[in-house]
Design a protein around this ligand. Structure first.
Ligand SMILES: C[S@@+](CC[C@H](N)C(=O)[O-])C[C@H]1O[C@@H](n2cnc3c(N)ncnc32)[C@H](O)[C@@H]1O
Length: 221
């Protein structure tokens, strides 16, 4: 009897949820939604989705399906350069993308997460969400706010470097080589390359890219 009542309640809740999302939520999501419904807040999900390293078609099938169901889709656009423009991605995904620069992600992360309280929100990252630059800060904030999250991985520069023929097992610490300015000329990457070499390890050197972060203050972050 109690089982039938629980099943009925679950069905009723699913009917309500069908208005706000297409896919069936997991039990974990249902519990989360029930809990937050008491505060008239519906927590759905934050998705961190890797886009791979090529063009729009490098996204995984799973990643594309999730993007299509999300109400808001952010495109992280400061740690990597896309080989295609935002418009090409929008056309292929069939979704409008919100560009998220460093400022948005680091200083307005709560704005991204607030959206996740009413709908599914996707955060797209070129490569893998945790490749080289991690987005663990966003994940930690989500956990703190009780917003469930999922990661959909993809190829990263960290494994694609294997295309040069060197054995991935034999890479040492990855280094970033930043742009020098007249007053700021960091050389610490050299010591790390030298250390890797002494240990018989290869070094993946990530050359800095300039997107919007032209100021010295931003480059040093
Ligand atoms: C933080 S890492 C890449 C992180 C990315 N999420 C991944 O998993 O590959 C960023 C660095 O990768 C390199 N990179 C990224 N996209 C690139 C591109 N299209 N061409 C050349 N280098 C690129 C640059 O050195 C850049 O500074």
């Amino acid at each position: 009897m109690a089982g039938a009542a629980a099943a009925g309640a679950k069905r009723a809740l699913l009917c309500i949820l069908a208005r706000v999302r297409v896919t069936k939520p997991s039990t974990l999501e249902l519990v989360s939604i029930l809990f937050h419904s008491l505060n008239l807040i519906i927590i759905i999900m934050l998705y961190l989705i890797g886009l791979g390293l090529g063009d729009a078609k490098d996204i995984t099938v799973k990643g594309l399906e999730v993007i299509k169901q999300c109400s808001r889709v952010y495109l992280e656009a400061y740690t990597s350069i896309l080989t295609v423009g935002k418009e090409a991605l929008e056309e292929f995904y069939g979704k409008e993308l919100i560009l998220a620069d460093r400022e948005t992600v680091e200083q307005e992360a709560d704005t991204i997460l607030k959206g996740a309280h009413q709908c599914d929100v996707a955060f797209l990252v070129v490569g893998d969400p945790f490749g080289a630059t991690t987005h663990s800060d966003l994940v930690l904030r989500a956990v703190k706010l009780g917003v469930p999250y999922r990661v959909i991985h993809n190829a990263s520069i960290l494994n694609a470097v294997g295309c040069c023929g060197l054995q991935l097992y034999n890479f040492g610490e990855v280094v970033s080589v930043v742009f020098w300015t007249d007053t700021w000329k960091p050389e610490s990457f050299y010591d790390k390359i030298a250390k890797n070499r002494r240990n018989g390890m290869h070094t993946l050197c990530l050359l800095d890219i300039k997107v919007k972060e032209q100021s010295l203050e931003n480059l040093m972050k």
